[in-house]
Write a protein that binds this ligand. Structure first.
Ligand SMILES: [Zn+2]
Ligand SMILES: [Zn+2]
Length: 650
C-alpha cells in the first residue's frame, strides 16, 4: 500500500509556510529528513506526520531520498518554537535539521583540539552539592522538571552538572550542557572531557560543516552522550535527553537576535518537558524570572575561600577618573609586590564621544543618531593622525581631523573614557605593570582570546583591562583585585533590565577575584546609593532579587507578564510611527506602550511598540496577521517589521 506523509520543505519564504503531501517509502518516520521535488527545485524537507490522506485532485510525487532521521521530539519542539516565536515551521525545522555536508576523508576530533586543560575533580561533594544532585536525580526518575542551581562563583556548580550528566548516562539517556558564548566552550569542554573522554561532543555555530556533521553523527549514534555547546546545542539530535544544564543562565546571549528569535533557555525547558528530562538552570546571579518560577537548589558560598570585600569609590568626591586615587593605590601595591588585577570598563575605544568646545557640536554617525567613538590605531598615545571615529552601531569609520568640521575650531574635547584610554593611562602611570586588553577590538577570534587568557595566566604583575567579556565566566587564577571603573555606564540605559544587568555584571566581576587568593573588589561610581551597586557590594543576591521582583510586579514586567516587542523601520520617521499607530489600533484592548521612536540605525528610522501580556503567542500572532495584511503598502513605503516575543532588550 502506498504511504503518504506531510513534509515541510526547508524554505524560508513565509508565503509557503505549510506542509506538502508526498509519497514515502516504508522506512520513513516522523523526523526523517528527505529530499523532495518542490516547484522546479530539489529541496530538503522534514517529515512531520505519517499516513495522511493526500488532498484530492493534487498529483503527489514521491520523496527522492531519505538522508537521516531526527528524534521525533525535535520535530515537535521545532513546530512549537515556530508558533511561540511567530516564525515559520520551515525556519524552525532548519534549526533542528541543519544541512549535513557529504563526508570527505577522515574524521577530525574537534573536541580534543578545542578543549582547555581542566582542574582535577574533587574527591567528594559538599553537603549542598549532594543535596542538589539528589534532588536532580530524583526528578530525573520521576519524569523530569526544572530547577535553579544557585551558588556563588566557585561554589561547585559545574561538578553538579557533571554528576547529573553521569546519572543521565547511567539511565541510558543523554545530556546537554549549554554555555552562553562560543568563547566559553573550550573551558567547559575541558572539564567534561576530563570526565567523559570521547563521550563528549561539541556543537556551536562556529564549527565547519564537516565538523558539525561528524559531531551530529556521534551524538545521534549514542557514541557521544554528552554535548557541550552554545545556544544552538539545545537542538542536539540526541535520541533520549535526560538532563539539560544551562550554565550562566542569566546571560542574555541565550536569545537569538535574528529570526527565529528564540531563547535557548525557554527552548531548553520546553525540550525537557517534551522528553521527561530535567532542566538545570545555574547561576550566581539568577534572572528574576528563574528566581520567581523555579525550585531553588542553593549551593551557598565558595568552597575554598570567602567572597571578597567590596569597596565603593564615590567619584563625586574622588578626582582622577578613570584611575581614582584609591584604585591607583591598589594597583601600585600590585606593581610593587607582584600579582594580578582585572579592570572592567564596558566601553570600547579611547573616548565615547568627541565634542567641539567652540560650537558645542558632537561628532555623530550620519546614519545612526549616536555619537562616534574615538579609537586609536596601534598602541601609541593617540595623536589625531592615527585616530579614527567609529560608529558602534553600523561600523562606519571617519577620520578625526585636526579641527571641527562644523566651525573649524581646533578645540576638540574627548568626553569620557573607553578601554583604550584606560590601557594608555595605565601604561603611563604604572609602567611596571604588564597591561592586556580583552574587548571586541583586541580579540577577534577564539585563538586571540586564548592567547590573551594564556598570557594573563602566566604573567607575574599584570592588569587585564576589558569590557563585559572579562566578567563572563572565564577562570583567572591568582587575581587579587577586581575593579569596576565605571559602574554607572549600564545604569543609564533606558531598559527595565538596566539594574538587573548592572547588578549581574558587578557581582560576576567580584566573583572573578580571589578564587584562590585574598580578593578585593573596588567599584567606582557616581551613584554609590544605586540599588544595583549597594546590593552587589554586599553580595546580597537574595535582597536584590526580592526588591527587583517587587518592582517588576508593580510595573507588570516579566516574570509577571510577558513582553512582545514590535519594531518597524523605514526611510522616514513618520511612516514607521504611522504603521505602528495603525497596528496599535488593530490590536484593540491589549496593553501597549508606544509607538516610541528609537535611534536611527544604518540610515533607517525606527520606532517600537511594546505589549505587556499574559498570552504572548496570541498577541504576537495577532500582530503578525495585521502586519501580513498590510504587507503590500508597507513594502511600497520601504518599511520592514520585526515581532520579538520575550525580547531581552528594549
Ligand atoms: Zn565646532
Ligand atoms: Zn552608524
Amino acid at each position: 500500500m502506498t504511504r503518504f506523509a506531510s513534509v515541510y520543505p526547508l524554505v524560508t519564504a513565509r508565503a509557503v509556510a505549510r506542509p506538502f503531501t508526498y509519497e514515502v517509502p516504508e522506512e520513513v518516520g516522523v523526523g526523517s529528513i528527505v529530499e523532495v521535488r518542490f516547484g522546479n527545485a530539489r529541496r530538503r524537507g522534514v517529515v512531520t506526520e505519517l499516513d495522511v490522506v493526500p488532498p484530492e485532485g493534487v498529483k503527489t510525487s514521491s520523496v527522492e531520498r531519505v538522508a537521516e532521521t531526527l528524534p521525533a521530539a525535535l520535530v515537535e519542539l521545532a513546530l512549537w518554537l515556530a508558533d511561540y516565536y511567530g516564525s515559520t515551521p520551515a525556519r524552525a525545522l532548519a534549526l533542528v535539521a541543519p544541512y549535513n555536508a557529504k563526508r570527505r576523508g577522515e574524521r577530525r576530533a574537534v573536541t580534543e583540539a578545542s578543549a582547555l586543560a581542566a582542574e582535577a575533580a574533587p574527591a567528594s561533594l559538599s553537603d549542598t552539592q549532594q543535596h542538589a544532585l539528589a534532588r536532580i536525580v530524583s526528578l530525573l526518575d520521576e519524569g523530569g522538571g526544572n530547577v535553579l542551581l544557585w551558588g556563588a562563583t566557585g561554589s561547585g556548580k559545574t561538578e553538579v552538572y557533571i554528576r547529573a550528566c553521569e546519572a543521565a548516562i547511567a539511565r541510558g539517556r543523554g545530556a546537554i550542557v549549554l554555555v552562553p558564548e562560543i568563547a566559553l566552550t573550550p573551558q567547559t569542554l575541558g572539564r567534561f572531557r576530563a570526565r567523559f573522554g570521547d563521550g563528549v561532543a561539541v556543537l556551536h555555530s562556529a564549527l565547519s560543516e564537516a565538523e558539525r556533521r561528524d559531531e551530529r553523527e556521534r551524538i545521534a549514534s549514542g557514541e557521544a552522550p554528552v554535548v557541550v555547546g552554545a545556544r544552538s546545542a539545545v537542538f542536539a539530535p540526541m535520541p533520549s535527553l535526560g538532563v539539560v544544564c544551562i550554565d550562566e543562565e542569566h546571560d542574555p546571549s541565550y536569545k537569538q537576535e535574528s529570526d527565529p528569535r528564540y531563547d535557548a533557555r525557554t527552548v531548553a525547558a520546553k525540550r525537557a518537558a517534551l522528553e521527561g528530562a530535567v532542566a538545570v538552570f545555574g547561576s550566581a546571579t539568577p534572572r528574576p524570572e528563574s528566581w520567581e518560577r523555579l525550585e531553588r537548589l542553593e549551593l551557598g558560598g565558595r568552597i575554598a575561600a570567602p567572597l571578597p570585600t567590596v569597596k565603593i569609590v564615590d567619584l563625586r568626591k574622588q578626582a582622577g577618573y578613570p584611575l581614582s586615587a584609591p584604585l591607583l593605590a591598589e594597583l601600585g601595591g600590585i606593581a610593587e609586590r607582584g600579582g594580578k588585577a582585572i579592570l572592567l570598563l564596558n566601553r570600547r575605544g579611547v573616548a565615547p564621544a568627541v565634542h567641539c568646545r567652540a560650537c558645542g557640536e558632537t561628532r555623530r554617525c550620519p546614519f545612526c543618531d549616536v555619537a562616534l567613538t574615538l579609537h586609536g590605531a596601534g598602541s601609541t598615545v593617540g595623536d589625531a593622525r592615527d585616530s579614527s571615529l567609529r560608529c558602534h552601531h553600523c561600523g562606519r569609520v571617519e577620520t578625526l581631523g585636526e579641527t571641527c568640521p562644523a566651525c573649524g575650531s581646533a578645540e576638540l574635547a574627548r568626553i569620557g573614557a573607553g578601554t583604550q584610554k584606560l590601557e594608555r593611562a595605565l601604561a603611563k602611570q604604572l609602567p611596571e605593570l604588564e597591561v592586556m586588553r580583552l574587548d571586541a577590538d583586541a580579540v577577534e577570534n577564539a585563538s586571540d582570546l586564548r592567547d590573551v587568557l594564556e598570557r594573563f595566566a602566566r604573567a607575574r604583575r599584570a592588569v587585564l583591562v576589558g569590557t563585559q567579556m572579562v566578567a563572563k565566566g572565564h577562570h583567572f587564577p591568582g587575581v587579587e583585585l577586581a575593579a569596576v571603573v565605571d559602574a554607572d555606564s549600564g545604569l543609564g540605559i533606558p531598559d527595565f533590565r538596566a539594574e538587573e544587568r548592572t547588578f549581574q555584571l558587578l557581582t560576576q566581576l567580584a566573583g572573578r577575584s580571589g578564587r584562590d587568593a585574598p580578593g578585593r573588589v573596588l567599584v567606582q561610581t557616581f551613584q554609590p546609593d544605586a540599588r544595583a551597586v549597594t546590593f552587589a557590594a554586599r553580595h546580597d543576591v537574595r535582597g536584590f532579587l526580592d526588591g527587583e521582583l517587587d518592582r517588576r510586579r508593580a510595573l507588570g514586567y516579566p516574570p509577571y507578564r510577558h513582553l512582545v516587542r514590535i519594531v518597524v523601520s523605514g526611510p522616514s520617521p513618520d511612516d514607521a510611527q504611522q504603521a505602528l499607530q495603525e497596528l496599535k489600533a488593530g490590536l484593540g484592548d491589549a496593553e501597549l506602550l508606544g509607538p516610541a521612536p528609537l535611534l536611527r540605525l544604518r540610515g533607517k528610522h525606527r520606532a517600537q511598540l511594546v505589549g505587556k501580556t499574559d498570552r504572548p503567542r496570541a498577541l504576537a500572532m495577532r500582530a503578525a496577521q495585521l502586519l501580513a495584511a498590510a504587507a503590500v503598502p508597507m513594502r511600497r513605503a520601504g518599511l520592514a517589521a520585526v515581532v520579538d516575543v520575550d525580547p531581552q532588550s528594549l
